[in-house]
Design a protein around this ligand. Structure first.
Ligand code: FEO
Length: 399
């Protein structure tokens, strides 16, 4: 139970949100946590706050350690409401005019989020603040994942407070990676695939910068999920690998939906052809799978195969939803292919192909259209289409 002392005089005073199931479109089937950290030194610092509605729990956690009025200063690493929603209330409890340290963009965001006249203290990238025996170093991490985002590093303990980066949407009493075990990487992968993938180039630059600065970490403390203490380098290496998008698996994800089962039959036959070629394959019907779980499967796959029946001269609404979502996350180095059944007009495959081409997928052409219900002969064409995609995956290119 929080609070948890994570190092000598440093506590996680955050809260667990056991029941959240949708985090603005991301399925949080394991809930999440909003971590916040209290550092006891000659000056007492609170790093980040929690989502509105959880303020009483957080203040009770702090009160188990110290009188909250003794907090001298607050650091806001990130202004998204899950970490800032309770800041006005926290400031009111500890003394409204105590300093609130944040980046320049952070002060702009917070002053627009909240009408209160708070005592913003803008920090510079690389700026330091002494707490007494310890000091805080601020590292701006713009667009990871908001313009205001920054990290706070305690060099004396080699602890990085990394805001959203390296997080996982996971609710549990396991405070650390070694207690949760290997499943932490599954949660971290889903989080990366759905929140950070589009910032991959910036992540690679940040990892380079941290390497050049010679920083090493005993612990990385994100604002969601468990803290990395067993091997913090493991999650940094995973972020580097996911961001490069070159170490992909011989795997295809078939993302589709269906009206009267014809496109579904096509999907399974295409999967069979891919399997014939030794490709790992995941058929995922969009009305059964959440878009964020599909994106997680796509992260390390070499190919994405999309299928839709033609509906009202267009594509099925779930495919339109998913393609919009995937486009925003900007996956790279993928082979693409499109298929679908139709009754009379048959536009869906052309539309799907166009969407994937716009995302710079290397397309297996032509896509596959089948009229009405596929019989044995048409299903054989689907299997052959799957084999063709499988061969493209092995050769590394569609053409
Ligand atoms: Fe966990 Fe970007 O907020």
């Amino acid at each position: 139970m929080k609070p948890v002392e994570i190092a000598d005089g440093i506590y996680d005073v955050g809260v667990i949100d056991w029941n959240i199931r949708d985090f603005h479109g991301y399925s949080t089937h394991m809930g999440t946590s909003y971590n916040a950290f209290l550092i006891l030194d000659e000056k007492i610092a609170l790093i980040d706050a929690v989502k509105k509605g959880f303020e009483d729990q957080m203040m009770r956690n702090i009160a188990k350690i110290i009188d909250p009025a003794k907090i001298d200063l607050v650091v806001s690493n990130h202004t998204e409401m899950d970490h800032s929603g309770t800041l006005p209330l926290v400031m009111e409890k500890i003394g409204a005019q105590k300093p609130l340290y944040c980046s320049k963009m952070g002060s702009r965001n917070l002053s627009r989020h909240f009408p209160q006249d708070l005592n913003y203290q803008v920090v510079e990238d690389g700026g330091e603040l002494s707490l007494g025996k310890r000091s805080l170093t601020f590292l701006e991490t713009r667009m990871l994942h908001w313009p205001d985002s920054m990290f706070t590093f305690v060099k004396e303990d080699k602890i990085l407070f990394s805001s959203d980066a390296f997080g996982q949407h996971y609710a549990g009493h396991e405070e650390f990676d070694d207690i949760l075990g290997d499943s932490v990487m599954d949660h971290a992968k889903k989080y990366y695939a759905n929140i950070l993938l589009l910032y991959a180039p910036l992540i690679l630059k940040l990892i380079d910068r941290v390497t050049q600065m010679g920083l090493s970490f005993n612990m990385i403390c994100p604002d969601h999920g468990v803290l990395w203490r067993k091997d913090p380098g493991r999650i940094i290496d995973a972020y580097a690998r996911w961001s490069k998008q070159t170490d992909l698996h011989n795997k295809a994800v078939i993302v589709y939906d269906t009206m009267w089962d014809s496109t579904h039959k096509m999907a399974l036959a295409i999967a069979s052809g891919l399997h014939d070629e030794g490709i790992e394959v995941r058929p995922m019907k969009l009305r059964e799978w959440d878009r964020s779980d599909v994106m997680t499967e796509i992260l390390e796959a070499k190919a994405v195969v999309v299928g839709s029946p033609t509906l009202n001269n267009g594509i099925f609404p779930t495919l339109a939803d998913f393609l919009t979502y995937m486009k925003g996350l900007r996956p790279e180095n993928k082979i693409g292919a499109a298929f679908g059944s139709f009754g009379w007009s048959g536009e869906s495959v052309k539309i799907l192909s166009g969407e994937l081409e716009a995302m710079k997928f290397d397309m297996v052409e032509p896509g596959l259209k089948i009229q009405y219900v596929p019989e044995a002969e048409q299903l054989e064409k689907c299997i052959e289409f799957g084999r063709t995609i499988g061969k493209a995956i092995h050769s590394g290119k569609a053409g």
